[in-house]
Design a protein around this ligand. Structure first.
Ligand code: AMP
Ligand code: GLY
Length: 416
């Protein structure tokens, strides 16, 4: 099977690393890929938004399966476009991707299909939003921009004044552009969070090991929200929670997309909170998590390519998942100034001293003049699998300690 991965980050590097191990693989390609992914795949100079260019490349290289990493091309309809050209795609249709790209669409889908989630009101104009905020008596309350905002569109508001400020920032000042043209007012939930990902072929689902992201920049969950500073997988969950996740969330999700004729052959990522009333959905993403995927790939023993192709073919029924024993820890090394204003171009040294058995997935690096340079906010994802959490942490942190670049930052408490 000739495979094309769309994307360029650490998630796509980890997917390429795993797919490369498949006995079913012919040639591996990535668009746009990265300097690191180029070590595993051919990376032609085509942009990930150039759907025509991608389709032509698929025809030329006889691509059997396209695996889409990021949400933006999905929300622009890359799966629909390529499918119409006869190319097989792992990744949902544009309508399916709306479950991530519009929180209102996602919340109304959950409501119609009875998935457990926080109570909400969709606010479609600033005047209506202010009226609803003034009616709200319970604080904190959560205000979310409807559209994609790279993880920055959620405010936990402690008072009416803060909620009104969020409404004004999102809807009038448009700090996240069009994504704030609508907002969601949502009940505040409490509890620990987890990332539940499942492969979906339109009829069936296969749940992957559960992982946990660490979203805040600094230790003890302090500092600003980021795309994710580290992850662990798998998480052990009580049977009661697992049952709810499988029956009340994933089963109802798949029944919902079927009933509503949403073409969804890809991965659903459920951002989950274990509230005192049981697990509830905080959000959907319609793609693999980053950095959760980096922690997940070493845990999965089954041939991932076989599963992704089965999803695209609607043939997931009867497929099972085997996992490797142990726990995987991913520590993200971020650039100076991340997340507000990441500095690029610092030389990275020590990569050659990382011991065997530790994978370093590249999220944002470039090669220049024989050097590896920082080229993004999240730079590297240092990943180690070991029989137990403490050993995995020790291995990952020992490897991270070998790597240096100016302004390098990482959390010391991933997995604690
Ligand atoms: P989201 O992008 O919707 O996952 O939100 C980002 C983060 O905001 C989540 O990981 C939670 O930590 C927090 N959050 C979102 N919705 C709620 C809620 N209803 N109650 C409490 N915290 C929330
Ligand atoms: N790590 C969070 C995400 O992928 O959205």
């Amino acid at each position: 099977m000739n495979v094309l991965i769309i994307g360029s980050g650490g998630r796509e590097h980890a997917l390429a690393w795993k797919i490369k191990q498949s006995p079913l693989l012919g040639a591996l390609h990535a668009i746009p890929g990265s300097a690191a992914i180029a070590g595993l795949a051919q990376c032609p100079p085509i942009g990930q938004d150039d759907f025509e260019g991608i389709a032509a490349y698929c025809a030329e290289q006889k691509i059997d399966l396209v695996v889409v990493g990021p949400e933006v091309p999905l929300s622009k309809g890359i799966a629909d476009f390529l499918t119409a050209k006869g190319v097989k795609v792992f990744g949902p249709s544009q309508q399916g991707a709306m479950l991530e790209a519009s929180k209102q669409f996602a919340k109304e889908f959950m409501d119609r299909n009875l998935l457990p989630t926080a109570a909400f009101t969709a606010l479609v104009s600033p005047a209506f939003a202010r009226e609803k905020v003034k009616e709200n008596k319970k604080y904190p309350v959560v205000i979310k921009a409807d559209g994609l905002a790279a993880g920055k569109g959620v405010r936990i508001c402690a008072s009416e004044a803060e909620a009104l400020e969020a409404v004004s920032d999102f809807m009038e000042k448009r700090i996240h552009g069009y994504s704030g043209s609508k907002v969601i007012l949502e009940e505040f939930l409490t509890g620990r969070e987890a990332s539940v990902m499942a492969l979906v072929d339109g009829e069936d689902f296969l749940m992957l090991p559960v992982s946990r992201d660490h979203k805040r920049l600094s230790d003890h969950d302090l500092g600003p929200n980021t795309g994710g500073m580290g992850a662990i997988a798998p998480l052990d969950l009580p049977p009661r929670d697992l049952e709810i996740i499988q029956n009340d969330i994933l089963r109802k999700f798949v029944d919902g997309i079927k009933k509503e004729n949403i073409d969804f052959r890809g991965v659903i990522y459920v951002g989950l909170m274990f509230t005192p009333d049981g697990p509830k959905v905080l959000e959907f993403n319609t793609r693999f998590g980053d950095p959760e995927t980096q922690a997940l790939m070493p845990v999965i023993k089954t041939d991932l390519l076989e599963l992704l192709a089965a999803c695209a073919d609607g043939q997931l029924k009867g497929k099972t998942l085997e996992v490797n024993p142990g726990v995987c820890v991913t520590v993200v090394l971020s650039a100076e100034g991340y997340p507000e204003n990441p500095q690029k171009g610092a030389e990275i040294t020590g990569l050659g001293q990382v011991p065997g058995g530790v994978e370093v997935f590249h999220s944002g690096t470039a090669r220049s003049g024989g050097k590896t340079l920082t080229a993004g906010g999240r730079v590297l994802a240092v990943t180690a699998l070991a029989p137990a959490l403490a050993q995995a942490r020790e291995k990952a942190y020992a490897a991270a300690g070998k790597i240096q670049f100016k302004g390098m930052h990482y959390r010391k408490d991933i997995g604690l």
